[in-house]
Design a protein around this ligand. Structure first.
Ligand SMILES: Cc1cc2nc3c(=O)[nH]c(=O)nc-3n(C[C@H](O)[C@H](O)[C@H](O)COP(=O)(O)OP(=O)(O)OC[C@H]3O[C@@H](n4cnc5c(N)ncnc54)[C@H](O)[C@@H]3O)c2cc1C
Length: 489
């Protein structure tokens, strides 16, 4: 309970300071005539600037780097009829809408400018357990699910950071520290989705037997494309008694290079029961390689030999967690992702299918700016049991998801962070091991983004999108929606 309250406080504590205070001057908080019409019809569930405390909370998002304006109001549906009403009013008045579940979009797409409004699913966060399944409403976050599932003999494959929302995360595919050993991506564990169609007229189910095209698409299409996701039913996996986490650190660039190389050579021999994330923590830790090994008491013996075969570094005593919520809370903290104040950030990355020695050298000796960090999230294992076209998520052969994460407080820092991220991204891309970018790490600067996010699945996604939420019709649209011809400069 304490943990749950703790991360809720952290989530609610997002503040936009420094740099944001400066851009606040160019924000306008007034609706257009059409938005005012929409507000008139949704007054009973809307929060406006007339309620300053509630409004401040309502418009907050994890990455405020792109929110130069705020919407004139945020609607808080309490049920599916309210969601339908929001979408119908938006369509009738011709006002753009954005949907917000956890608000963690790296590109800030769960907000709109002053001409639109936000549908926040915060009041729709119920989590219901039934046997080996859990049904979570889109407005819940992973911590809500872990908190409920922790009481059972099961575990849910979900996000590493408890305050990330179910809605956006699951639609992008969703990888987890449990993905390799417990059945793949979070979307691979989805048995059914419930969605309000983009025109607000229908509530539909998507499953293996109903609306199969939508079921395929919702497993990796990314948020904001097809309609408003109401809930998802996930299959749970039997849980171990303990989750074990140990950390290996290297003190020098030479050792980091050998550490990277030892991982690179073992990619195909790691047991799937080992999840081995890598990082150069930059702004909050050492600027050398850290490996985080996560496994369970059931698989300890199997995993140990693999860890012993890695280039030796300083190894911290393993920590044991019976609660998955407690484990993910601690893991997030040690990865610097739970800030009391969330600042503007830029994130850029790509999936990779190998780690060649040239890249090992590049990363080991990289000059990392003070505000950046590099992360390599372990893929492979059970994620590869599906083909690239089995669901909308195409990068089934990825061994790691690589990304840079940089925060900034002024324009100069922003440029430095973006320059560094782009240069690291280009280097990885040119090394021949890049597959494409992860749609859940939505990137406004990514060129040819449709093919980069969806690869071989893009043409099919465009077709299905035209059926469920055609371009140019209705109100649920954004810059980088499937099929859009928008490209960054
Ligand atoms: C700290 C942090 C940790 C992360 N860890 C992981 C991780 O472990 N694994 C991983 O795979 N990803 C991770 N991510 C990326 C994360 O999956 C994406 O940012 C995801 O989009 C967040 O979902 P959300 O509901 O919180 O975000 P939101 O900003 O609310 O939504 C993201 C997008 O989906 C749309 N959307 C939201 N709700 C709905 C809905 N109900 N119906 C339709 N569209 C909707 C929004 O409009 C927006 O375009 C992490 C991100 C952060 C910031």
């Amino acid at each position: 309970m304490y943990l749950l309250r703790n991360y809720r406080l952290i989530c609610n504590g997002f503040q936009q300071k420094n740099f944001l205070n400066r851009v606040a001057a160019i924000r306008t908080i007034h609706g257009t005539g059409a938005a005012e019409d929409a507000l008139d019809q949704l007054k009973d569930i809307a929060v406006t600037p007339d309620q300053p405390e509630l409004y401040k909370d309502a418009v907050e998002i994890y990455n405020p780097a792109y929110s130069y304006e705020h919407p004139p109001f945020v609607a808080f549906p309490n049920n599916t009829d309210d969601i339908k009403r929001c979408l119908q009013v938006a369509t009738k008045t011709g006002v753009r809408v954005a949907v917000k579940s956890g608000g963690h979009s790296f590109a800030g797409y769960s907000s709109t400018d002053a001409k639109g409004f936000v549908i926040s699913l915060k009041n729709m966060s119920k989590v219901e357990l039934k046997g080996n399944t859990v049904t979570a409403q889109a407005g819940a976050c992973w911590g809500d699910v872990y908190s409920a599932v922790d009481q059972t003999s099961y575990v849910a494959v979900g996000g590493c950071v408890p305050c990330v929302g179910i809605g956006g995360y699951i639609l992008g595919g969703g990888y987890s520290m449990l993905s390799r050993a417990y059945g793949g991506l979070a979307c691979d564990k989805a048995l059914a989705f419930t969605m309000v169609t983009a025109d607000g007229k229908d509530l539909v189910k998507a499953s293996a037997t109903e609306n199969q095209d939508l079921f395929w698409a919702l497993k990796g299409c990314g948020g904001g494309n097809f309609g408003v996701l109401v809930d998802v039913t996930l299959e749970l996996s039997p849980r171990p008694n303990q989750f074990i986490w140990s950390r290996i650190t290297y003190d020098t660039a030479e050792d980091s290079e050998q550490g990277f190389n030892s991982v690179g050579k073992s990619l195909n021999s790691f047991p799937k029961e080992l999840n081995l994330d890598m990082a150069i923590h930059g702004y909050f830790g050492k600027k050398t390689l850290t490996l985080d090994a996560v496994y369970s008491d059931i698989h300890e013996d199997k995993v140990k030999a693999s860890l012993e075969a890695l280039h030796p570094g300083s190894e911290s005593p393993p920590q044991m967690f019976a609660s998955y919520l407690e484990f993910t809370t601690e893991y997030s903290k040690r990865h610097g992702f739970v800030h009391h104040e969330v600042e503007p950030i830029y994130v850029k990355g790509t999936m990779i299918d190998s780690l060649p020695p040239l890249l090992a050298k590049y990363f080991a000796y990289i000059e990392i700016p003070p505000e950046c960090l590099l992360e390599f999230v372990h893929m492979g294992g059970d994620i590869t049991q599906y083909s690239a076209t089995a669901t909308a998520f195409p990068f089934r052969s990825a061994q790691y998801s690589f990304y840079t994460y940089g925060r900034f407080h002024d324009h100069e820092q922003r440029e430095e962070v973006e320059r560094f991220a782009t240069s690291a991204y280009e280097t990885v891309k040119n090394s021949g091991c890049a597959l494409g970018s992860y749609v859940n790490y939505m990137d406004r600067h990514l060129k040819n983004w449709g093919h980069n996010f969806y690869g071989v699945n893009y043409p099919r996604l465009c077709e299905i999108k035209q059926k469920w939420n055609p371009l140019g019709q209705g109100s649920l649209h954004f810059q980088q929606e499937i099929g859009s011809s928008w490209e960054p400069n």
